[in-house]
Ligand binder design. Structure first.
Ligand SMILES: [Zn+2]
Length: 89
């Protein structure tokens, strides 16, 4: 029984993290969750990946420089352009 818990933690934990990361980056969560469970290395790939399209609630595309920055940031961290109030949801 303890082996089951061990396996669940060993594969389930990175898989769950990969699942969530994949959603925030607009990737297939099932595929990336599975990959991360087997090779936790993929968590790093996901972590440093920036989506090339805007993902509501996760990444916003800067209207000035066109780069992606975290949705919750009030201003672009690359060029400093602030997000207009109408765009903040
Ligand atoms: Zn910018």
């Amino acid at each position: 029984m303890s082996e089951m818990i061990f396996l669940l933690l060993l594969f389930g934990l990175p898989a769950a993290v990969g699942f969530k990361l994949a959603i925030s980056r607009g990737k297939n969560p099932l595929l990336w969750g599975l990959l991360s469970g087997i090779f936790p290395f993929f968590l790093l790939v996901l972590h440093f990946h920036r989506p090339n399209k805007e993902i509501r609630g996760h990444f916003r595309k800067c209207g000035q420089c066109g780069r992606m920055f975290p949705w919750k940031d009030a201003a672009c961290k690359y060029c400093g352009t602030s997000v207009s109030d109408s765009e903040i949801v």
